[in-house]
Design a protein around this ligand. Structure first.
Ligand code: SF4
Ligand code: SF4
Length: 401
């Protein structure tokens, strides 16, 4: 695709990156075939090819519009289009630039900015999220059913593990996951303990930065990222062999730290090392000898691979293999490449589309009558719990039996 970016944009880092990405797109439209918003809305501008054109137009003319913003906002950033694209177009990076430039040229209306600020003030903070969950538990009977289903039965009471092992990994607690489902990391610790591996859970780390980044607050995201690197670095220097994540979205963000801080003299090397050490727990477990795990009574499970796992990490089949090796029967699912509609803050900012995708996803997961749904990311897990008729769990919890 030929480009002539606006003189005010072409010499910026965003301009150079966007120009490089745009030139890879050959406008074939293959990506539209797997785009969930294109499938639902049937509009060229609600698919990746149309959005790429809108971003190109924005960067060439330098003029933004509310209409462009709407089309870009309705994108889930699921990256399904990247998996389909034969030309390797890094759509998500282009989208981030497009959203950023559009917001700089034409700031959002005050109510939209206020809602985004509110989300940024709550979601990335572990203690604030824990307080919110505690308050919600207090008024649980008064809440709508979909919110009641997302809450834990009671506040989490950690069970410390006492065995010491030579092998250690860092297990970040995250933000929302620690408030809503701290049992996931507790189960990861129990599982790794059985394999002779200790989990280090640093107290001072924080959100991976994805929430701020997706809401356009890049500087805030970088502050979170640097705090995490500072928090993990002493244990990395002491020999932690990996940073293992149980939320595929957060792990994907951490794998990007090296790229995001590549130009930061003080952090570039450390960020690169952190990214190299980061593994989704499915990747990590694939490298381990699981013979020490006790037998489990396998059940019929529908696995939903989050977009961040299949289109971001590009990990396909690893979880399914691990579950089948442990005796679980995977049920047949239709359109496993499609997003469940959770997509970070999408379920809050685009509720209608998000609900449509959720119900379509649950229909396809439940067709073959599983006893459980398993997934690999807290956002998808909570979103599906809000409406599922069968329990929704993190897949690694099934390995413990
Ligand atoms: S992003 Fe890829 S699949 Fe989509 S139009 Fe461009 S080249 Fe084709
Ligand atoms: S990221 Fe997902 S929703 Fe957005 S254009 Fe690509 S396939 Fe469509």
């Amino acid at each position: 695709m030929q480009t002539t970016l606006h003189k005010n944009i072409i010499d910026t880092a965003d301009g150079q990156e966007a120009d490089r990405i745009l030139r890879n797109c050959v406008h074939c439209g293959f990506c539209n075939a797997t785009c969930p918003t294109y499938q639902i809305l049937g509009d060229e501008l609600e698919g990746p090819r149309g959005r790429i054109y809108l971003i190109k137009q924005l960067l060439e003319t330098g003029s933004s519009s509310q209409q462009t913003r709407g089309h870009l906002d309705r994108c889930l950033t699921c990256r399904n289009c990247e998996t389909t694209c034969p030309s390797g177009v890094e759509y998500h990076s282009l989208l981030e630039i497009g959203r950023r430039v559009n917001d700089q040229q034409a700031p959002r209306p005050l109510p939209a900015r206020a809602l985004r600020k509110l989300l940024r003030l709550i979601l990335p903070y572990r203690r604030r999220m824990q307080l919110l969950v505690r308050m919600a538990l207090f008024v649980r009977p008064l809440l709508p059913a979909k919110y009641r289903r997302q809450l834990p039965d009671k506040p989490h009471a950690p069970v410390p593990l006492t065995r010491q092992h030579a092998r250690k990994v860092i297990l970040p607690a995250g933000c929302a996951q620690d408030a809503f489902a701290a049992d996931i990391n507790q189960d990861a610790q129990r599982l790794l303990d059985k394999l002779g591996i200790n989990c280090i859970t640093p107290e001072n780390d924080t959100c991976c930065g994805a929430v701020s980044s997706h809401l356009g607050a890049e500087d805030e995201a970088l502050r979170f990222i640097k705090r995490n690197i500072d928090s993990w670095w002493p244990d990395i220097e002491a020999g932690a062999e990996a940073i293992v994540h149980t939320a595929s979205a957060c792990g994907l963000m951490i794998k990007d730290y090296g790229k995001l801080l590549a130009d930061d003299i003080g952090y570039a090397d450390k960020a690169q090392r952190v990214s190299e050490l980061c593994l989704d727990i499915s990747e990590y477990l694939q490298q381990q000898d699981l013979a020490a795990l006790p037998a489990v009574q396998g059940r019929r499970v529908a696995f939903h691979a989050p977009c961040t796992l299949q289109h971001g990490h590009r990990i396909n089949g690893a979880v399914e293999t691990l579950l089948q090796q442990r005796g679980y029967a995977l049920t047949h699912t239709i359109d496993p490449h499609l997003c469940c509609g959770s997509a970070g803050t999408y379920s809050i900012l685009q509720p209608k589309l998000s609900q449509r995708l959720l119900h379509d996803k649950l229909d396809t997961l439940l067709t073959d009558k599983p006893e459980l749904i398993a997934t690999a990311n807290i956002g998808c897990l909570l979103h599906m719990r809000s409406a599922s008729t069968v329990p929704v769990v993190h897949w690694l919890q099934l390995l413990n039996g």
